[in-house]
Design a protein around this ligand. Sequence first.
Ligand SMILES: *Cc1c(COP(=O)(O)O)cnc(C)c1O
Length: 372
Amino acid sequence: MIFTSFNPPQRTLMGPGPSDIYPRVLQAQSRPTVGHLDPLFIGMMDEVKQLLQYAFQTENPVTMAVSAPGSAGMETCFVNLLEPGEKVIVCRNGVFGDRMRENVERCGATAVVVDDEWGKPVDPEKVEQALKANPDASVLAFVHAETSTGALSDAKTLAELARKYGCLTIVDTVTSLGGVPLLVDEWQLDAVYSGSQKCLSCVPGLSPVTFSEKAVERIKNRKSKVQSWFLDQSLVLGYWSGEGKRSYHHTAPVNALYALHESLVLLHNEGLENAWQRHRDAHEQLKAGLEKLGLSFVVDEPYRLPQLNAVYIPDGVDDAAVRTRLLNDYNLEIGAGLGALAGKAWRIGLMGYGARRENVSLCLRALEETIR
Ligand SMILES: *Cc1c(COP(=O)(O)O)cnc(C)c1O
């Protein structure tokens, strides 16, 4: 058996992530690897932190990238903030809310689940009832942008409620960061995690996180050790913010961090507002075309994420056959339905570099020719 290099085709990625990567990001990743304690690399990590503060719109000193995908950012927030026996209100309106519940339970804490229908945003009234009924809850956890359905929840209002009832917030912004407004400081969110491969259009495998002062206080005052050594923020912090005297914790994914740096430079150069507008413009173009094809959206207009468009599969159309033809004939990937929407909906991503006119046109043409 002779093995040769793997040469992937050039696909157009319009699913729920990974998104199309900026060519400049791929180039950045192939630059020479330096030592992860090299002073030049440490200087770059400081810039990554500043750029992440910009992307999250925060001045939180504890802002960094976890060396693993978004799921690890999620786990980082839960294992650091929670101690066994605590009670957490978890909002569940899709797949990722349920993963939050799973994380809570694995921390030895109790999850009080507030359910909303798939495709609907989290209902603040139900959340307030749950907060009222559970005065011993210490955290409210919710997903800002539910990628399984394409619904956007009102993070500002949910965080206000959490504060009113003395809870910290854990917020999933994996799909929202860089795609829709996310104002960590203004909305006073506490433990926030995201991912590199959605609207940042960076390679998969890194998870930006940021912690408010209150979250850091909570972590410092823990009675028990964080059960995960790798994700324990008090240990990782010595690595990310050792002020020139960084100590070894783990080997940073050096080249992946070059890629993240480049994607954040691109976002900063474009400007957050412009990036948000570009996602909205691409969404409007897609929406007009999809409606012409007779496809309807899962999520009601006011809560629709521009970067994740869930549309019902028309009657009589073979879900898998269409997606296979898009992949084989057009090199185009769109997302299948997940969980309750499996087989019922497609998820068309317009994330980061993918939120462009030519992508939307390709997708509409391919869908039209394939469905016909
Ligand atoms: C993609 C996603 C995750 C998980 O990120 P991975 O990088 O796949 O681990 C978590 N939450 C949401 C809302 C996501 O869209």
